[in-house]
Design a protein around this ligand. Structure first.
Ligand SMILES: [Zn+2]
Ligand SMILES: [Zn+2]
Length: 249
């Protein structure tokens, strides 16, 4: 315990020394990240990260900016019939937050996970939402995972886990059966159709009906992937399923 304490105390010092020798370049503007809370986004670009707060859409997590009265219809998830309870997102998929995801997913930029963790840890609503849950990363098709070498949703699930100091578990309960590869060339309806039975619980997965599971993905786009995962978990007996993403867009 004492050793952990000392390590934690020295970490900012080590970081400062490292940053003096190799100041990180900002993912937003390319300038130097000096005296920024985030290590890879400078203090000028940091405000461009949209940190999602309440009120937000319960189905996709998109914030309801300034709309406090009247019926809230969310244009971002219209038509999605969720088989999960609620979704939350840490940021919107734009500006530097978008760069974090692209850097991690396509350029092996594992270093961005540190800033993702910082953004998660400063969001008390997200920390509260994570309590008592088991995180279930959205799986990649085995071919895709071999090709990429890692599953970004798993890494992001670990960032969520670290943000609550390891107090929640991660379980890879699902498998992707359909190698859908890039879905981007299809319209929303076709994507939803293709994704419907793309996932299933792993054979050895142990799922407890009243345990709360949170599906984790990097980005909430149409919601069809996450909904399909929720469907697979529900088929395997889960009754209490939520969704969390790092970004929405
Ligand atoms: Zn910048
Ligand atoms: Zn929505």
């Amino acid at each position: 315990m004492a050793i952990v304490g000392i390590t934690e105390t020295l970490r900012p010092v080590a970081r400062t020394l490292r940053d003096l020798v190799f100041p990180p370049a900002c993912l937003g503007c390319g300038g130097l990240c000096e005296e920024s809370v985030l290590r890879h986004v400078c203090s000028r670009c940091a405000p461009m990260i949209v940190r999602v707060k309440k009120p937000h859409c319960l189905t996709c997590g998109h914030p309801f900016f300034g709309e406090l009265a009247g019926e809230r219809i969310c244009p971002h998830c219209e038509g999605l019939r969720p088989v999960y309870n609620a979704a939350k997102t840490v940021t919107l998929f734009k500006g530097p937050a978008r760069e974090y995801v692209l850097e991690l997913k396509y350029r092996h930029g594992f270093y961005v996970l540190e800033d993702m963790r910082t953004l998660i840890a400063e969001n008390l609503d997200i920390l509260d939402f994570l309590q008592g849950a088991i995180l279930v990363p959205v799986p990649l098709h085995p071919r895709k995972e071999r090709e990429r070498g890692f599953n970004q949703s798993r890494l992001i699930a670990e960032a969520f886990q670290q943000a609550v100091l390891g107090k929640i578990a991660i379980a890879s309960l699902l498998q992707r059966r359909v190698d859908t590869d890039s879905q981007t060339s299809f319209d929303r309806r076709t994507r939803q159709k293709r994704m419907k039975n793309a996932f299933a619980a792993r054979n050895q997965a142990s799922i407890t009906a009243n345990q709360r599971y949170i599906l984790v993905d990097d980005v909430f786009t149409t919601g069809s992937t996450l909904n399909s995962c929720a469907h697979a978990l529900a088929q395997a007996g889960a009754l209490n399923i939520d969704v969390i993403t790092f970004a929405h867009g």
